[in-house]
Design a protein around this ligand. Structure first.
Ligand SMILES: Cc1cc2nc3c(=O)[nH]c(=O)nc-3n(C[C@H](O)[C@H](O)[C@H](O)COP(=O)(O)OP(=O)(O)OC[C@H]3O[C@@H](n4cnc5c(N)ncnc54)[C@H](O)[C@@H]3O)c2cc1C
Length: 400
């Protein structure tokens, strides 16, 4: 077993480390200030455009994309430490065009899109000229079981007609969002896993109405999480992604790598929280000594180090399995890492919040936001219980 980085990864890590120190961390407060001052808080701030231009010049662009010729040519294993490094900043992913939901959408367009669909949507997404959203979850049904999805995609001559209500459609409020990948029922009579399809819907199509911007524990993300009504939205039949009934198969393709990316970035968040916790514990004095000398704080720090290193190893193993044996072979590990990484990151961030006292719950540090993100990501992209169900099923099956 070799734990060293490939030459390509080592070179990119070096560049990315300098980019983070010199540009991304200093831009964090500017990003927030520009959003607060903007007429539309969902518009991309100027500082982000500058970061993206710089990242592109440095070759730090679309690093997540493992499909030939579209990204930097990295494997999942090579991307993992880079995603971790960028995950230390909440604005890091966007700066290098590696943020959800665009990453997952780009992946499925690369895998399932026609040449026309790729030219119209994938190329501008890779160049960050537009952004996209993914609309699967519905307020009215338990959407962690996607067979429940009730929205409809009905064939009508050379078009499809789309109806339904979605929510937590991330990215939809960004004025640059031009594409929605919509999941709905195209054939209610088909076998359970062939009933759903995915179709490409221009965000400005008549009948698409964003009803509200949903918060995440009170935070409103720049990209926005929309509740969206689709009423008789008509798109050409050529907008179907793959074939009718392919919705579930495509969803699997989308979520495997995406879950790994979340886990990789969660390690970055946990590392940043641990850094902050250690520094604060050294400088803050209570009852006659620095917090860093208290046994309980030392235990929080030590446990955080152990847990972070454990999940990093699991991320690397899962990435390696995906690279060498494919996404399907890594199913149990990917499910495991989605649960474990978020739980660990949340626990570490929570200890850091406690170490900071009131400052930890203010917005003066990144901790409160990281607390919300690492909690919400135990629901988004499949709740923990659904991943545990997958792991248990695969495990029990070994003994049948
Ligand atoms: C910040 C954020 C961003 C999101 N972005 C998007 C997006 O861009 N596009 C999109 O389509 N969706 C998005 N979602 C929605 C997310 O994917 C869903 O919330 C998730 O799949 C769960 O569906 P649900 O909310 O309908 O919960 P439900 O299906 O109603 O489940 C509720 C709870 O039941 C429990 N549960 C479910 N199944 C089981 C089981 N088998 N065993 C035991 N317990 C179980 C779980 O604890 C679960 O949390 C986002 C959510 C959040 C919070």
């Amino acid at each position: 077993m070799d734990f060293s980085y490939s030459a390509h990864t080592a070179d990119l890590l070096d560049k990315l480390g300098r980019f983070m120190d010199e540009h991304v961390y200093p831009a964090e407060p500017v990003y927030d200030e520009q959003i607060a001052a903007a007429d539309n808080p969902h518009e991309q701030p100027q500082i982000m455009r500058e970061l993206q231009a710089r990242a592109r010049e440095l070759g730090l662009w679309n690093l997540f994309m493992t499909h030939d010729g579209l990204g930097a040519g990295l494997t999942n294993l090579e991307y993992a430490p880079l995603a971790e490094m960028v995950g230390r900043s909440i604005i890091g992913n966007e700066a290098i065009n590696c943020s959800a939901p665009d990453t997952g959408n780009m992946e499925i367009l690369a895998m399932f899109g026609t040449e026309e669909q790729k030219a119209q949507w994938l190329r501008p997404l890779l160049d960050c000229e537009i952004r996209s959203a993914f609309a699967m979850t519905e307020p009215a049904v338990a959407s962690s079981d996607a067979t429940n999805i009730t929205s409809t995609i009905r064939r009508d001559g050379n078009d499809y007609v789309i109806n339904g209500r979605k929510w937590y459609t991330s990215g939809i409020l960004d004025p640059d969002c031009k594409l929605i990948i919509f999941m709905g029922k195209s054939d209610p009579e088909a076998p359970a896993y062939r009933r759903q399809s995915m179709i490409l819907v221009p965000a400005d199509a008549p009948g698409v109405e964003v009803l509200r911007d949903l918060p995440m524990f009170g935070f409103h993300d720049r990209l926005g999480h929309g509740e969206v009504q689709f009423t008789d939205v008509r798109v050409p039949a050529a907008n179907m992604l793959g074939a009718e009934g392919d919705g579930f198969a495509i969803a699997q393709g989308r979520l495997g790598p995406g879950r790994m990316h979340y886990a990789m970035r969660a390690i970055g968040m946990a590392e940043r929280a641990l850094d902050l916790m250690c520094r604060r514990a050294l400088e803050r004095t209570a009852f006659g000594g620095p917090l860093a000398d208290r046994g309980v704080v030392r235990e929080w720090i030590a446990r955080s180090r152990i847990e972070i290193d454990q999940i990093r190893l699991l991320v690397l193993k899962s990435s390696w399995l995906m690279d060498t044996e494919g996404n399907a072979a890594a199913r149990s590990e990917v499910a495991a890492i989605k649960v474990a990484a978020m739980e660990v990151a949340h626990a570490v961030v929570d200890r850091a919040v406690q170490t900071f006292g009131a400052a930890g719950v203010s917005n003066d540090t990144v901790l409160a936001r990281m607390h919300a993100i690492t909690r919400a990501l135990q629901i988004a992209d499949g709740p923990n219980e659904v991943h545990l169900r997958t792991i248990a099923r695969l495990e029990v099956n070994k003994h049948r």
